[in-house]
Design a protein. Sequence first.
Length: 184
Amino acid sequence: MPPPVLSAGAVSLVRYRGGETPLLLAAVSESVEHLRPWMPWAATEPTFEDLDEFVSRSVSQWASGEEFNYWFSHDASPELVGGGGLHRRIRGGTLEIGYWVHAGWTRRGIATAAAAALTSAGLALPGVDRVEIRCDEANRASAAVPARLGYRLDEVFDDPITAPGETGRCMVWAADTASWAPRT
């Protein structure tokens, strides 16, 4: 298991333990228009029940080792400023990193700091030798994160469109244990 709290400078990544739904609802509600072009789950305004189910699922998936979801905090705020995690969506030995940032906290390095911490934590797990960040070609802000961290663009392929801002071209950025040296 990765550590339950990852420190990334002024940003902390904290695993879900239950009870975070009110903070998550506030952040997502304030950010849904910002997230909608890129996040299929933001197609409709999430409800308390939807997000409470996500938090409960995150707690159980952590316990099973299936996924490791975190919420992001920042030294300058008591609020939830984003979220992300390590996901076993691809194949053995590879984890996918996903992330989002509250609309009011973009362009402050939060996604980059979080992705660096997630990459290091993921590559430290037994049996993991590769992490990927996937995003649509049109999502330039998201693609800038792995590029900034020194990931390599490994592949671009046609992918079904699942959110309104997407082009249907998925970029796969990769880092592995042999080459990972975070640059921020």
